[in-house]
Write a protein that binds this ligand. Sequence first.
Ligand code: PLP
Length: 371
Amino acid sequence: MSSFSPPERLLLGPGPSNVSPRVLASLARPTIGHLDPRFVGMMDELKALLQRAFRTTHRLTLPISAPGSAGMEACFVNLVEPGDTVIVCRNGVFGGRMRENVLRIGARCVLVEDAFGQPVDPAKVEAALKANPGAKALAFVHAETSTGARSDAALLCRLAREHGALSIVDSVTGLGGIPVEVDAWGADAIYSGSQKCLSAPPGLSPLSFSDRAVEALKARKTAVQSWFFDLGLVTAYWSGEGARTYHHTAPINMLYALHEALLILHEEGLEAAWARHHANHLRLRDGLAAIGLDLLVPEAARLPQLNTVRIPEGADDAGPRRRLLDEFGIEVGAGLGELAGKVWRIGLMGHGSRPENVDRVLGALRTVLGR
Ligand SMILES: *Cc1c(COP(=O)(O)O)cnc(C)c1O
């Protein structure tokens, strides 16, 4: 055995995305104590950078020490109690996971379903809110990575608020790639991931709770069923004034990486990053059309950072993806759930969203498909 040396890959799938040399260098810096005053100072800056990325002033804004799925679980276990009703929108694989979270808590799940590839239909959501007065929360996926569809988060959060429900928003793939406006939307609980459009390695899940969500947490009748994700305990480490108490040992070097990745996003500017993702999506769209490949999602709901391409008649699913990887070093994603075998997913996320990467994947696709 010897030290592991990963091959060079261009990561154009649904995440992780390529990590920039600057972020990789931050990971190699010396590990210091998780209660060291200098580390605590870095944590405060990291929270401020996250607030900017989320466009929020919510005080409870921090990264959960685990991947995006953990941010999802943290939102549900902190806000939902056994017996509550939660309306979950399912238009892809991740909405299905939200439902799993609700059911495992012992709460009632009302599903609002839309076809994979379509955005969440606000009219159906409004009807479900009317039919279920007293629902605790409305949960939906802003950027469905399994299908490439974007839903109208501002409208869905407003509908939830008008009906007295909390909004729980998955923007794991949204943050850094398309507008995420937590305060303007009035989103109550939102989570993201480090490895999609933020282009840090996987393993952290930025999360933000509104005052309304914090009040709901404080008003719980039962203890949060997960000790690790109990935000009452987690915040004692992330914001204890003067006296931060040990909860778990923070993933120190990973937090350096997220800090650096957010700093890069801040230097570029959110609007500039959104515009870059949009421009590279258009370049890819046009190039795909030129070789006769179609996108699954209707134009108005397309995510620029996740392009779901219909596998053409007669082509197989795994073969071309394997050739992209073996011959060109390019990873693209397979279809998930009911889209397995029907689509490929080309991600243009964060550091990877560049014109030269678009051209590389288009050139490689032309070769492997013989077009
Ligand atoms: C990737 C993703 C997740 C899960 O994140 P992990 O870091 O893989 O746990 C959740 N929701 C969406 C929409 C995602 O794209």
